[in-house]
Design a protein around this ligand. Structure first.
Ligand code: ATP
Length: 519
């Protein structure tokens, strides 16, 4: 097992032990790729949502929020293209009975070839030492060139096969590459079939009258169909945005890797409506703004990177992902897409309703173009959890596990602990909590030694622990301990509100993410 697998396993174990994430309906052995957020997970999730909502809605005068229903008129999904085209190519191994995404099997094969190239490069580096010029080596070494050519041949063939829906050729490619099932090791594959990712159910109780409706596979369409309602009732002027946080459902063929890929998940999306021709300016703006939003959390350097899409979806004229270095490597965390007027145009055609905007500045009526930012809340949760999870060896040789969650996102902001359960100390601790709890989520803890209690707070990411002792009763001071530095100092109870407030306020995050302009 690799280090990466170990780290993910550790995080999953930690998340369960401390009440962040549980397997769903665990007493019945769980349901695959479905998870429940526990008492601390729900808090962390809410704080992430809050950070996103504040940044996107409250900090932008021209963005408003929405909360649309999960069920929508079935025509919505015909218009959006999801009924006909929201498919993944699936293939089964006849021996292991395991199901795979055909494109993912091929991509994994390509990744293996890439690893071989990297090994070749590493060998070159070792041989030539300081004189090594990687770029030149990659451009001239015959082994590297042969392998790179092999990769582009496979990529081209897969792309053509998928675009032309030539599923027989996708299967032929898998066979020619000699790809075997990781479980059974056999190459005994079924044909490749298209599999629609939408969940459907029936609406209506009278038989014969039931209509098939879908659980939304993205929140975006709830925004598109309400675009005119919001524009008119909110007197919005282009450019303007509509933001939404909500559940989405996809019947993913292979749902693995904890909360990274689930069948029920949550999205935070914002559709920004702009004048046609101005979309690239806004696309660049949102790319930059969203990256700053991530970086402001200070989760670590070099954890984010852009990945520009080469193959664009039929509706997009530009698209990029913000990838995050998860325990299993760099993977998509957020997408920024320039979606043209595709969606609104489709809804105009299918509904017969005009979805135009009259732009008084240029005296013209048009269908706005859309730039969207779309992030998975659960993936963001995993990003925060995995970057925050640390095992440290202390000066005295002991170990601690600490979740260095950005204080603004931490489930509890402060733990208040009486040194002993006697002498009125618990009452004093509760009195302090009562004075803080309206602004900060506080935890009361009186069980075990102070050292053990500190460790517990470290493990759940509480930025501050406050200890109440006998001196407190005399001079109204307490000891406050910082989670990250473990530094302790004596402060007046009356200063606690300010000390904690300064540390956990979202204000510090915004100083860094606000200086983006669209020009
Ligand atoms: P992927 O390529 O990983 O399947 P996608 O490109 O289909 O993702 P989008 O349709 O762009 O994803 O959705 C926007 C965001 O929603 C993604 O960046 C991701 O954070 C999140 N997301 C998508 N599918 C899932 C899922 N099954 N589980 C959790 N989050 C998801």
């Amino acid at each position: 097992m690799s280090n990466q697998d170990d780290k993910l396993k550790d995080i999953i174990g930690h998340a369960k032990e401390y009440g962040f994430v549980f397997p769903s309906s665990e007493i019945y052995d769980g349901l695959s790729a479905t998870y429940d957020y526990g008492q601390l997970g729900a808090e962390l999730k809410n704080n992430i949502k809050n950070y996103w909502w504040k940044a996107m809605v409250h900090m932008h005068e021209n963005i408003v929020g929405l909360d649309a229903a999960i069920f929508m008129a079935p025509q919505t999904w015909k218009a959006s293209g999801h009924v006909d085209a929201f498919n993944d190519p699936l293939i089964d191994n006849k021996d292991s009975k395991k199901r795979y995404r055909a494109d993912v099997l091929i991509e994994e094969h390509i990744e293996k070839i890439r690893t071989k190239i990297n090994k070749e490069v590493a060998k070159g580096k070792k041989r030539f030492g300081d004189d090594f010029n990687e770029e030149e080596f990659r451009a001239t070494n015959p082994n590297v060139l042969r392998r790179a050519a092999e990769i582009s041949k496979i990529e081209d063939r897969m792309k053509t096969g998928l675009e032309n829906e030539d599923l027989a050729d996708i299967k032929a490619l898998i066979e020619e590459l000699g790809i075997s099932c990781p479980i059974s090791g056999s190459k005994n594959w079924t044909d490749v079939k298209q599999f629609n990712l939408m969940f459907s159910t029936e609406l209506g109780s009278v038989s014969g009258e039931a209509a098939t409706i879908y659980l939304r596979p993205e929140t975006a369409q709830g925004i598109f169909v309400n675009y005119l309602n919001v524009q008119k009732s909110g007197r919005m002027k282009i450019p303007f945005g509509i933001a939404q946080i909500g559940k989405a459902f996809r019947n993913e063929i292979v749902a693995r890797q904890f909360i990274f890929r689930m069948r029920e998940f949550e999205q935070m999306e914002m559709q920004f409506f702009v004048r046609p021709g101005e979309e690239m300016k806004w696309y660049e703006y949102w790319k930059e703004y969203r990256l700053k939003w991530h970086k402001a959390l200070g989760l670590g350097e070099d954890l984010h990177r852009f990945h520009d899409h080469i193959k664009l979806a039929h509706y997009a004229n530009a698209a990029a992902d913000i990838e995050f270095n998860f325990p299993m490597g760099f993977k998509e965390l957020e997408g920024i897409h320039s979606r043209t007027d595709f969606d609104l145009k489709q809804h105009e055609e299918h509904s017969g309703k005009k979805l135009r905007y009259f732009d008084p500045e240029i005296n013209e009526s048009y269908i706005p173009y859309v730039v969207e930012t779309s992030i998975g809340l659960d993936r963001m949760f995993l990003a925060v959890l995995s970057a925050s999870y640390k095992k440290e060896t202390l000066d005295d040789g002991s170990e601690r596990t600490v979740l260095a969650i950005p204080p603004a996102l931490a489930p509890y902001k402060v733990a208040v602990m009486p040194l002993t359960k006697k002498d009125g100390l618990p009452d004093k601790a509760r009195e302090i909590i009562n004075s803080l709890k309206i602004d900060f989520n506080c935890q009361y803890d009186e069980k075990d030694s102070i050292g053990k209690r500190y460790r517990r707070q470290d493990a759940i990411g509480t930025p501050y622990s406050v200890t109440v002792d006998h001196q407190t009763l005399e001079d109204q001071t307490v000891t406050i301990r910082d989670r990250d530095t473990m530094f302790q100092e004596r402060v007046a109870i009356s200063d606690l509100h300010k000390i904690i407030g300064d540390k956990v306020s979202m204000r510090s995050l915004f100083n860094q993410s606000e200086e983006v302009t669209a020009e």
